[in-house]
Design a protein around this ligand. Structure first.
Ligand SMILES: *Cc1c(COP(=O)(O)O)cnc(C)c1O
Length: 281
């Protein structure tokens, strides 16, 4: 499957019908290296119908868009507070369904007394239970503060802010004369915008220029997409339309400096127009 597309739930259905022996399906919600979204709710429904368990990586999507363990019917749903919550790194947030607990508990080989063990953690969230290991006190306090901030702003408002930032970014990139990486905007993530490099332009020197000229950091692709795309992250505190304008400006300026044909002014005007349209709504 090409990295600029999303997983087709019908393809998952067809595969599971051909392979009834499959018991566990793993899926990434937001494929961060390519800025594309997989429809985990639709995939989750297919997996549930097939009687298999779904493992979801929602590290860079949860808290930045509407996604949850329940809507995806996930057996295990993993996320991290260091992406869309803007927390210090090092913790993992994991939701485990009743069906997954039943499977773990029925497995005599399930790890215990180990960092890899869910069993050790099953009751650790309760006030009455001890942590199985020394708690990461500073990070837990950070998580607590970030969750307060998230709930005070309100999840819907936070998702809207991410969606608007991404829209402002995409409108700016397109109007500048540069293509988005995802084949369709329907699958473009609200938490990161992947941009396709124009023909003959390698992403490496563009990233050097955005940083050297404007002090703005962006990310490269991975493995086979390295050099072909650039990712503009807008997660957590960086999900602000003003940052999208800066990103469009820096990417445009860097591309122009490297000889690409881009209309930076048109990009900035379109980005601003998308922002204004949301303000005036
Ligand atoms: C960042 C990321 C990870 C890894 O999270 P770390 O906190 O860096 O360990 C895993 N999956 C996705 C989709 C990510 O974006």
């Amino acid at each position: 499957m090409p990295y600029d597309t999303a997983i087709d739930p019908e393809q998952v259905r067809a595969f599971l019908e051909e392979h009834p022996e499959v018991k566990v399906v793993c899926v990434c919600n937001h494929d961060t290296p390519s800025g594309t979204l997989n429809d985990i709710d639709a995939i989750g429904a297919v997996v549930a119908e097939a009687g298999a368990l779904l493992l979801v990586d929602a590290v860079s999507s949860w808290a930045g868009m509407p996604t949850s363990p329940t809507s995806s019917q996930a057996a295990v749903y993993v996320t991290g507070p260091n992406k869309c919550l803007g927390c210090p790194p090092s913790l993992s947030l994991v939701a485990v369904s009743e069906a997954a607990w039943a499977k773990i508990e029925a497995n005599p080989d399930a790890p215990f007394a180990s960092m890899l063990s869910f069993t050790d953690w099953k009751n650790a969230w309760k006030r009455t239970e001890p942590f199985p290991f020394t708690p990461s006190v500073a990070e837990l306090n950070g998580l607590n503060a970030a969750l307060d901030r998230y709930l005070e702003e309100g999840p819907e408002a936070v998702w809207k802010r991410h969606a608007l930032t991404a829209r402002v970014c995409r409108e700016g990139i397109k109007a500048m004369g540069v293509e988005l990486w995802p084949v369709s905007e329907d699958i473009a993530s609200p938490t990161a915008t992947a941009v396709k490099m124009p023909d003959g332009i390698d992403a490496g020197p563009v990233l050097v220029e955005t940083r050297a000229r404007y002090g703005i950091s962006m990310s490269a692709g991975r493995a086979e997409t390295r050099g072909k795309l650039i990712r503009i992250g807008h997660m957590g505190p960086t999900a602000q339309p003003a940052y999208a304008l800066l990103a469009v400006s820096a990417m445009g300026g860097a591309l122009k400096a490297l000889g690409a044909k881009v209309d930076v002014a048109a990009g900035l005007a379109a980005a601003q127009a998308a922002w204004d349209a949301a303000i005036d709504e």
